[in-house]
Design a protein around this ligand. Sequence first.
Ligand code: SF4
Length: 236
Amino acid sequence: MRNDLTRYSSIHEKNKREIVMLRGTGCKWKKCRFCDYHLDFSKDEEANTKLNAEVLANVTGFYGKLEVINSGSFFELNEDTIENIENVCKLRSINELNFESHWMYKDKVQAFRERFKKLGINLKMKIGVESFDYDFRELYLVKGMKVHSPEQIGAIFDEVCLLQGLEGQTVESMRQDISIGLRCFDRICINIMIDNGMPVKPSREVVEDFVREIYPIYKYNERVDILLNNTDFGVG
Ligand code: SF4
């Protein structure tokens, strides 16, 4: 359990929205070799519900859009928290909600779209794919998705996260992933790797290549979020 995190923020450019980082029972996968994010969890559901309610109380509905992230997948939040999210959306007139999920929960997405649609809320599902190079993603990053086709992922999810600045990537491979992401998804979020002590390390050269060759092209693209630092959205 971590108590040192900022859990509410708002994003005032591009896709303007509020964002909350809630806490669940933890990522069921936990094997991604670059990730320390899944360390934010608690098995104490009462404490999770209480903490999440406190965080959600900050939401104002200012932009009518709310992004909910947590230490893994939305489906790992408890039912009390999901009902609280629904209540906050109704109270604050939020009509677009963003959740993130691992591929393992793909079969649950549609039911949740319908559940929120009944409340007049458009659900946008985000997935961390990191790279569309299957072997890089599955053998090196150990993402645990076992799906080859970006179109197949894009048929279920609306937005995709990519991880760039890694050893083994090149300007060409990063461009290729961005291009596929923009073709198959509404929006993409590029996270630049930082050294978080996990086995997968950033490459200073590749990060410099990204900043020099790729960042200027997509910096002002409304469909592209770029997090040069993983707390750039103000949470974490
Ligand atoms: S699925 Fe997400 S939270 Fe879980 S280990 Fe992978 S990146 Fe981390």
